[in-house]
Design a protein. Structure first.
Length: 307
């Protein structure tokens, strides 16, 4: 499945690596946040450098991999755990070109509002991620197709998880970030959950999954976590899961006098085979995933309530 290169570095394909960006001060934040590194003599890039607080870890890994130059920093979206460390990384690789959806660029070049809103919503988690440093306007742009020394990277807009969320397709590898949520290997299978935003729109989220699935890439590189080599199954599970969560939340909204997100999660743990594997994870991972599952339930609840 992968080859360990050094502590926290795994090779999934000959030129493709995943660097662990663990945050020990946050419960369960291990084998959860990672940065994808693609490195050849012709082209080197990272996908989602992670939060500011782990850039030192990434720099050490890039040195281990003998990456002396970065051509691109590709951002799938600007949430702090994905793009928060971009400005800091650029100090070490100033020649790198940052690719970001237009809706995110202003927040990179002037991150004050993003930082303030992240603190308000995430609190101590945002503090653990670290404050953003501004990205020079000259370093960031939006290209829908990147061409570099014979290689082409296709950019695909998938705004379900965030309005500025995009995927990248290089040959037969899709850097899918959170377009279909989270997937983690468990007991020769995969735990999986959707990752709906606070302002969730069912149709946009579903269409984004379908759009990514239609690319038919055999290798799916996830934001959380690792690689899936069974793209059709991964996306099919995500679509079934999305509909199940919609149905369960809708049923609770319709037939209960007070919406109880904990009871919704309990029902989903019984009825969703991919979510049920959560029970087989370590205690700290279960705590982390319960927290994010409840966030997704709240997102769906908001949509159902106002639909």
């Amino acid at each position: 499945m992968f080859q360990p290169i050094a502590p926290g570095i795994r090779r999934y394909l000959p030129d493709l690596y995943l660097v662990d960006l663990d945050i020990p001060v946050l419960e369960g934040f291990r084998n959860f946040i990672g940065c994808w590194v693609y490195h050849t003599d012709q082209l080197s890039f990272v996908v989602d450098p992670g939060p500011t607080s782990t850039i030192a870890v990434l720099l050490k890994a890039l040195k281990t991999l003998r990456v002396e130059k970065l051509d691109y920093i590709l951002l799938t979206h600007i949430h702090l755990d994905h793009g928060g460390g971009t400005g800091t990384l650029l100090k070490y690789f100033p020649q790198a070109k940052v690719n970001c959806h237009p809706k995110g660029i202003a927040h990179l070049t002037d991150p004050r509002r993003l930082w303030e809103s992240s603190l308000r919503v995430l609190g101590k988690t945002a503090e653990a991620y670290g404050r953003l440093e501004a990205v020079p306007a000259s370093s960031v742009s939006y290209q829908t197709r990147i061409e570099h020394k014979g290689k082409q990277i296709r950019v695909v807009e998938t705004p379900g998880h965030a309005s500025h969320h995009i995927c990248y397709l290089l040959d037969d590898v899709l850097f899918a970030a959170e377009v279909a949520g989270v997937s983690i290997p468990v007991d020769n299978g995969f735990y999986q959950r959707i990752a709906t935003p606070a302002r969730f729109i069912y149709e946009i989220y579903r269409d984004s999954i379908e759009k990514a699935a239609d690319l038919a890439a055999p290798y799916i590189c996830l934001g959380h976590y690792g690689m899936r080599r069974d793209g059709p199954k991964f996306f099919a599970t995500a679509l079934r899961q999305l509909q199940l969560w919609m149905d369960v939340v809708t049923d609770h909204v319709t037939h209960t006098t007070r919406f109880d997100e904990q009871k919704v999660l309990e029902e989903l743990m019984k009825t969703d085979p991919a979510l049920r594997l959560l029970a087989k994870m370590d205690k700290d991972i279960r705590a982390r995933e319960r927290y994010f599952s409840l966030n997704s339930i709240r997102g769906i609840y908001g949509y159902v309530l106002h639909a």
